[in-house]
Design a protein around this ligand. Structure first.
Ligand code: DGY
Length: 360
């Protein structure tokens, strides 16, 4: 049983809502931590791994470049108390049935669609994650993709590689300027706001958004206007996706949605590939229902090198690199490690997906 599940050993102090160990337990903590075996599924940045190494945990690092297969992951996790994993690890019901003894799962990512959260919650396993660590980095990628697509960076680069850099041509391969255009944000949360801030500051763009709940702060600070999903589709010049992948958002950008968009619009997705229906996106671009697309996420990942999107003039694709800065990956590593350390020291997890497991 996880320490977080043994609530009688922990108390909040007199006026202290924070759970702290009962005093008589303090000198036992190293021994308790010492018993804990943590499985670390990838080569995560040292910033967080060094924190784990300072604690008396027993750490197992998966040292191969490739992720573990589902069988390898379950076989390893069976002999561990905690798991530090990421989006390439499938934490589904069969895995959780086999590893229901896990005391904490700490995800190195803000997204956690690779984890069956209801099942983890049902099994009373807390799931930590790393929100906000990569908001700036991912917004930079979305903003970069907007410009790269509007100006055909990747296509033009390929013309040089293909020895097609000929004479200056005043009318060929022209892009467009984002200044004063309308940005539509689907999912105006932490990353969506950062993207909107960039577009507002750089190009004085009008900001529209669609969310499950209104973002009053962004409405006030950025003048962002809440609209229905259909209006977002109809009015956006750039439509940038920043929501989580959920049953509701899976393939919400399909043929119907693309048909509603302006033929001059650019679709940007830096969230999760399955939020758009890739064959429908390809068709919309081929039929010029959309002007272009900038994608940091695809479905499936990795994308096949012969995918038609890769040879389209107005499409820029990146290999899921949104959080790929040294700063962001270090922060993610620290948060993922801290979630585990805090759990074993205090019974709490500062960034948790399913808090009801610890409070219920
Ligand atoms: C996330 O954090 O969810 C990104 O997609 C990967 O870093």
């Amino acid at each position: 049983m996880g320490l977080g599940k043994q609530k009688d050993l922990w108390y909040g102090g007199k006026n202290n809502p924070v759970l702290t160990p009962a005093p008589y337990l303090l000198n036992l903590i190293p021994i308790m931590i010492g018993k804990k075996k943590i499985l670390i599924t990838r080569n995560y940045p040292a910033a967080g791994m060094d924190l784990l190494k300072k604690e008396p945990f027993q750490l197992t690092f998966w040292e191969k470049e490739r992720p573990m297969t589902p069988d390898e992951l379950a076989a390893q996790a069976e002999n561990h108390d905690a798991l530090l994993c990421t989006l390439t690890d499938r934490i589904d019901k069969p895995f959780l049935d086999r590893c229901s003894h896990l005391e904490i799962i700490s995800q190195f990512a803000v997204g956690y669609d690779n984890i069956d959260i209801p099942e983890a919650t049902h099994k009373k396993i807390p799931v930590g994650f790393t929100p906000d660590a990569m908001s700036e980095a991912t917004a930079d990628i979305a903003f970069g993709l907007m410009i790269a697509t509007a100006r055909k960076f990747f296509f033009l680069h390929k013309t040089i590689l293909n020895k097609e850099w000929g004479y200056f041509n005043p009318t060929s391969h022209l892009g467009f300027e984002p200044k004063h255009k309308t940005l539509g944000v689907f999912g105006l949360g932490r990353i969506g706001v950062k993207m909107a801030e960039r577009c507002k500051a750089a190009y004085d763009m009008t900001i529209l958004y669609h969310n499950r709940t209104r973002n009053a702060l962004a409405e006030k600070q950025l003048g962002a206007r809440y609209v229905s999903f259909d209006r977002l589709l109809e009015e956006s010049d750039i439509l940038s996706v920043h929501c989580a992948l959920t049953p509701e958002t899976r393939q919400i950008f399909d043929a119907r949605a693309f048909r509603k968009m302006k033929p001059s619009a650019v679709f940007i997705n830096t969230a999760r590939g399955p939020i758009h229906h890739e064959p429908d996106l390809i068709e919309a671009l081929q039929h010029k229902e959309l002007w272009g697309a900038g994608l940091d996420v695809t479905d499936p990942e990795p994308m096949a090198p012969d995918n038609p999107l890769l040879s389209m003039e107005n499409v820029c694709v990146l290999p899921h690199a949104g959080s790929g800065t040294m700063e962001a990956r270090d922060r993610m590593s620290v948060l993922a490690a801290e979630n585990i350390i805090m759990f074993y020291k205090t019974g709490r997890v500062s960034h948790i997906v399913n808090p009801e497991v610890l409070t219920g």
